[in-house]
Design a protein around this ligand. Structure first.
Ligand SMILES: Cc1cc2nc3c(=O)[nH]c(=O)nc-3n(C[C@H](O)[C@H](O)[C@H](O)COP(=O)(O)OP(=O)(O)OC[C@H]3O[C@@H](n4cnc5c(N)ncnc54)[C@H](O)[C@@H]3O)c2cc1C
Length: 499
């Protein structure tokens, strides 16, 4: 870290109030911070992005229905009126439970933030089940960058197919789209790609027939949407097939490269699909901060890297540290937004209770409000308690729930407008793609330290500028001297050999 800036937040924080540090600006981080808005605490939210991301709608950004701003408002703006909260950009790289310090970094700048209470809500990232090399050609869907890259790849594949078809090439691999993972994300994604090919784009191209595109959903599991139970899973599969989606089950992905995907069936049969566009929606791995916490507490980690917490969501031996959301392994809780929201509110309440000298709460209990997945326009499956819903009713329910949870009034209004355009009409309002969307991730991965390699440290920058400025000044002074000498000696306009 030599030459890099290091800020110690204790030197700029008021020391007299209880300090709460919240890691993450996702569902857990944001709802935990908001739940503390009336508490006598100073909150510092540390997150590696400047926005709060509504992940359930990422697939709509990827398929051109919504803009990224509609599902990812700036956290700073969301919390602008909450005076006891400040937001700091940075990726948390270290947590010192003994000293109660959190270290975060952004572009080589390091910040150390002390806390009295800590809420860790760093979520999960995509898992390729030990085959991280697949990610180069099969992006996941966990971030705005992922969704925009996928948007570029999906619409770009149709463009390349049109070009190829004009040259008389075989473009089947460009018109084949494979989504790996038949959970809610995969189902929603594949449904939207099918609608794009069969409805939205059908009149936009001349050399290709977008309706001939192959849209494939692939999973190792024997059914679609396992958490929804067998009946809804079968219903969802049938509806996808009606949309023209090929559903391949019981197939494990064994290889992914630029031009295709290879899979193996239970009977040992290997099959390859030639496809340029592969989308990975198959697994999650909890944030590596789980490992950081496990090493210091001895708390167990499960196979997905989720950390075992006490029934009150605290870490063993550290009642001042709460872990919530996708990072925790407790009572087989699912990785869904409501687990994060309810857990974060529980942690906030516990911090409040302690400050007020109240008794601890009962152990955390998750209230399941239900699950839903959209298949296509006006068609969804939903599970609420014992109720199983399908079709338009489930779709209307999906619409209502998502409107309630999208952050910000402005975003709700524009999202409704875009849904009208896409679901009642044929259009997609957000089809803009750029070369950088598609290739920047791969380019950054080729740099040793990613974007950090492209920015100088503050000290280095100033030194380099001073040096450049001195050289330039010397050049200009020399030039001015020569100019005035030429004028004074009457040498201007006189050929060299006659001087
Ligand atoms: C595509 C997709 C669709 C989904 N659909 C649904 C759905 O329909 N319904 C549902 O209930 N759930 C859905 N989920 C799951 C749901 O989004 C998660 O369960 C929920 O976001 C978990 O909340 P969290 O706060 O634990 O993590 P997240 O919301 O993921 O937030 C994690 C935060 O931590 C930040 N962070 C991570 N690491 C660091 C670090 N080292 N330093 C600083 N900050 C860090 C991230 O930037 C982010 O702000 C979906 C998820 C995905 C990916």
């Amino acid at each position: 870290m030599s030459g890099f800036e290091r800020i110690h937040m204790s030197t700029i924080q008021a020391p007299d109030r209880h300090r709460v540090v919240v890691i993450g600006s996702g569902f857990g981080g944001l709802f935990g911070t908001k739940a503390l808005r009336h508490s006598p605490v100073d909150i510092t939210m540390l997150a590696k992005t400047t926005h709060h991301l509504f992940q359930p709608l990422l697939y709509q950004v990827a398929t051109g229905i919504l803009s990224e701003g509609e599902i990812a408002p700036p956290t700073r703006e969301v919390l602008a009126s909450q005076d006891n909260a400040q937001v700091l950009l940075g990726e948390v790289t270290g947590i010192d439970l003994e000293q109660r310090l959190v270290t975060s970094q952004v572009l080589g700048r390091e910040t150390v933030t002390p806390y009295d209470s800590l809420i860790v809500a760093a979520g999960a990232k995509q898992s390729y089940f030990g085959n991280d090399r697949f990610s180069e050609h099969a992006p996941g869907m966990k971030s705005i960058d992922d969704a925009l890259e996928l948007r570029g790849r999906i619409f770009g594949a149709f463009e390349m197919a049109e070009l190829g078809a004009n040259r008389g090439d075989n473009v089947d691999h460009l018109l084949t789209f494979v989504v790996v993972g038949a959970g809610p994300t995969g189902v929603e994604m594949v449904g939207q790609i099918a609608e794009l090919a069969h409805r939205t784009l059908k009149r936009d191209f001349r050399a290709i027939n977008t309706r001939s595109a192959r849209v494939i959903l692939l999973d190792a599991a024997p059914q679609v949407l396992p958490p929804f139970g067998q009946k809804l899973g079968e219903k969802a599969k049938a509806e996808l097939e009606k949309l023209g989606v090929e559903v391949i089950l019981g197939a494990i992905v064994t290889d992914v490269d630029e031009r295709g995907i290879e899979m193996k069936f239970k009977d040992g049969r290997l099959e390859r699909i030639n496809t340029v566009t592969k989308i990975w929606a198959a697994g999650v791995q909890a944030s590596s901060l789980g490992q950081v916490l496990a090493e210091q507490t001895g708390a167990p980690l499960d196979r997905a890297g989720r950390i075992g917490v006490n029934p009150d969501l605290t870490l063993p031996g550290h009642p001042e540290v709460f872990v919530v959301g996708d990072m925790i392994a407790l009572d087989n809780l699912p990785g869904v937004a409501q687990v994060a929201i309810q857990g974060a509110k529980y942690a906030a309440k516990e911090i409040d209770n302690r400050l007020e000298g109240k008794a601890p709460q009962e152990p955390f209990k998750y209230f399941d409000k239900g699950s839903m997945a959209i298949i296509s326009r006006f068609n969804a499956v939903a599970m609420v308690g014992k109720l199983r819903l399908t079709g338009v009713i489930a779709w209307l329910m999906w619409l209502a729930v998502h409107l309630v949870y999208i952050t910000g009034f402005k975003n709700r209004v524009t999202a409704v407008l875009h849904w009208f355009i896409s679901f009642l009409g044929r259009g997609r309002s957000e089809r803009t793609t750029t070369e950088q969307q598609i290739f920047a991730r791969a380019a950054l991965a080729r740099l040793g330290r990613g974007a950090t390699d492209l920015v100088s440290a503050p000290g280095e920058y100033d030194a380099a500028r001073d040096d450049q400025e001195r050289q330039r000044r010397e050049e200009l002074e020399k030039h001015a001297l020569e100019e005035s000498r030429l004028t004074d000696s009457g040498s201007r306009g006189v050929p060299q050999d006659q001087r």
